[in-house]
Design a protein around this ligand. Structure first.
Ligand code: NAD
Ligand code: UDP
Ligand code: UDP
Length: 336
């Protein structure tokens, strides 16, 4: 008997080109803060099918409520430290707790997520010929000795500190990305994300913007960690998502800084939250945690030149949008 052999599979196997017309996109960590906003944006395009893989450590189904049951959407409970066998065209690899209290909670798990998780997603990208974007972090610059930080700066990171599981984990993840790119020809994109804020942040995740807004709404003192002169630069989440999509769709591997260069001291941030949300609250100085970077501000020349991207939302405009979401979730009615 004769058997008809199937035609050979194209290599690299580009799933959408041969089997369907939609773009199939995996978002790891898609139930989290940035991931769920990214999913919202990707789902707006009717040609996109979105698969979220998340272990729900810091994310929640609630963030994806409006997509559950949608024909172009799938949600998988999956831990990226385990193998994942699916067929996709693009991978946005975000899975990793981002807030210090969560990533320090189980540091060994954090480093596994960064290293083994990224290795697995690269193995998947290699198997199916997908393009993969890693959300790295400004923490790769550590406590920076260069200010503002350009991508060419190699950083000042403590390899054995309490933040190292995250900082060094992301540095290894970046190394893996470039090694798979050079050795296996994988198409990679690396975003170095600077502090991002917006609706859906975990209310009690300990990050400064969510802390201050929740404290202001509860009428509690705003806890500024000493010395209060340390700086951060805050990017509103819609700007962040636009930057990530531009990077994925563009021609540059990166790493590219995505962040808002507007720089504030933590005392200035507290004053601004107080003025905008609740002028009656106190500002209280409290103890800091080890290895807290003293200053941080992105140099976004590359993002502007290579991606045509820059943030649009100023801190004073973004904070009220987040306030609205926090009021709803905390059950604090709007003032008249
Ligand atoms: P988040 O904690 O809200 O989201 C992370 C998501 O990953 C959550 O849904 C969580 O459940 C999931 N996750 C964690 N470990 C996992 C694992 N092992 N397997 C599967 N899923 C896992 O954080 P975010 O602020 O949305 O951050 C998203 C990405 O952006 C992270 O990679 C983070 O390092 C990076 N980043 C964020 C910021 C920021 O300011 N938010 C700054 C720099 C970098
Ligand atoms: N991997 C995965 N999904 C895939 C292909 C690979 O999760 O579709 C994981 C696999 O478990 C492996 C890792 O990715 O541990 C790296 O894969 P690669 O093929 O690069 O290396 P190898 O399997 O040869 O160690
Ligand atoms: N911070 C603060 N009060 C808080 C939480 C944080 O003053 O209630 C400070 C913290 O010391 C750091 C900055 O805010 O200097 C940003 O901290 P966050 O944990 O939000 O992010 P990261 O340190 O990762 O940039």
């Amino acid at each position: 008997a004769t058997t008809t052999k199937p035609p050979p599979l194209p290599s690299p196997l580009r799933f959408s080109k041969f089997f369907q017309s939609n773009m199939r996109i995996l978002v790891t960590g898609g139930a989290g803060f940035i991931g769920s906003h990214l999913v919202d944006k990707l789902m707006e395009n009717e040609k996109n099918e979105v698969i979220v893989a998340d272990n729900f450590f810091t994310g929640s189904k609630d963030n994806l409520r409006k997509w559950i049951g949608h024909p172009r959407f799938e949600l998988i409970r999956h831990d990226v430290t385990e193998q994942l066998l699916i067929e996709v065209d693009q991978i946005y690899h975000l899975a990793c707790p981002a807030s210090p209290i969560f990533y320090k909670y189980n540091p060994v798990k954090t480093i596994k997520t960064n290293v083994i998780g990224t290795l697995n997603m690269l193995g998947l990208a290699k198997r199916v010929g997908a393009r993969i974007l890693l959300t790295s972090t400004s923490e790769v610059y550590g406590d920076p000795l260069v200010h503002p930080q350009p991508e060419s700066y190699w950083g000042n990171v403590n390899p054995i500190g309490v933040r190292s599981c995250y900082d060094e984990g992301k540095r290894v993840a970046e190394t893996l990305m470039f090694d798979y790119h050079r050795q296996h020809g994988i198409e990679i994109r690396i975003a170095r994300i600077f502090n991002t804020y917006g609706p859906r942040m975990n209310i009690d995740d300990g990050r400064v913007v969510s802390n201050f807004i929740a404290q202001a709404l509860r009428g509690e003192p705003l806890t500024v960690q000493v010395p209060g002169t340390q700086t951060r630069s805050f990017c509103f989440v819609s700007d962040m998502v636009d930057g990530l999509i531009r990077l994925m769709e563009g021609e540059h591997t990166g790493p590219i800084n995505i962040g808002n260069p507007g720089e504030f001291t933590m005392l200035e941030l507290a004053e601004t939250v107080k003025e905008l949300i609740n002028p009656a609250v106190e500002i209280k100085m409290v103890e800091n945690t080890p290895d807290d970077p003293r200053q941080r501000k992105p140099d976004i020349t590359k993002a502007k030149e290579l991606l045509g991207w820059e943030p649009k939302v100023k801190l004073r405009d973004g904070l009220p949008l987040m306030e609205e979401d926090f009021r709803l979730r905390l059950g604090v009615p709007k003032k008249n």
